[in-house]
Design a protein around this ligand. Structure first.
Ligand code: CA
Length: 143
């Protein structure tokens, strides 16, 4: 009988050890959004927005979204859970509605903080640890 009581006691202590009163709260990473101004209506055309560590789209990126342009000369975009950092943000519209070729004459491109079709000299889009950031910019026609 004492042995059984001892086993029950050990079991009770073990169960008590399972309690976890920690109150960890997880703060989600920041979201990023913005509005792109297009040089002309590109309804239905394929486009992308990239968050990147450099200004080169073809060598990888941190985040990318693709979508079709809606009507009008403004396109909104948004990213969830972007790691904190300072980035280049760029966007392009393929006016032929196909990304099967490199960007070329007639397509649209732009960078947040860029000048015309030229990327900024340094990464300039600051994404905080949490909350949100907004990067609006203008795309231009590739001549
Ligand atoms: Ca890149």
């Amino acid at each position: 009988m004492r042995f059984v009581t001892l086993l029950l006691l050990i079991g009770t202590i073990s169960l008590a050890g399972c309690g976890d009163n920690s109150t960890n709260s997880v703060t989600p990473p920041a979201s990023v959004s913005g509005v792109l101004t297009l040089p002309a209506d590109a309804t239905g055309e394929y486009m992308y927005v990239i968050i990147d560590n450099d200004a080169v789209a073809s060598n990888g990126h941190v985040k990318k979204i693709t979508k079709s342009c809606g009507p009008g000369t403004y396109v909104s975009y948004s990213f969830d859970e972007v790691p904190a950092g300072t980035y280049y943000v760029q966007a392009a519209v393929y006016t032929t509605n196909s990304a099967a070729h490199d960007l070329s004459t007639g397509d649209y491109r732009g960078y947040y903080g860029g000048t015309g079709l030229i990327a900024p000299a340094e990464a300039n889009a600051v994404v905080p640890n949490t909350g949100s950031a907004t990067f609006n910019f203008t795309l231009n026609v590739i001549p």
